[in-house]
Design a protein around this ligand. Structure first.
Ligand SMILES: [Zn+2]
Length: 104
């Protein structure tokens, strides 16, 4: 199978697994988890991103986006309204910390 298709299968599996896990948590972890079976073709899948040397990345620990911790891409920052509000309040937390520690 082509790697782009594998990556798509991986992403779909992660989304499905997260949905099933959340549903299970909602039930208080009672009863069967009903998690989707791991697709065998994804076993041993690597990141595959192009490295600076021009070779494909060999990392096997990959996230839900199908890439490793080095090639997952930059954070796009807070997306939800709640997240943006929380992020905007971070400067205030720092100021309170400085005040408490009595740093000039
Ligand atoms: Zn990588």
């Amino acid at each position: 199978m082509i790697t782009t298709e594998l990556r798509k299968t991986w992403k779909n599996f992660c989304v499905e697994h997260d949905r099933a896990a959340k549903e299970w948590a909602k039930r208080g972890y009672r009863g069967p988890a009903n998690l989707p079976p791991f697709p065998e073709e994804l076993r041993g899948m690597t990141c595959g991103a192009k490295t600076r040397a021009g070779t494909p990345c060999k990392q096997k620990g990959i996230y839900g986006n199908g890439r490793c911790h080095l090639h997952g891409g930059l954070s796009t920052g807070p997306v939800t309204e709640e997240g943006k509000k929380k992020s905007s309040m971070n400067w205030k937390k720092r100021r309170i910390f400085i005040k408490d520690e009595r740093i000039p």
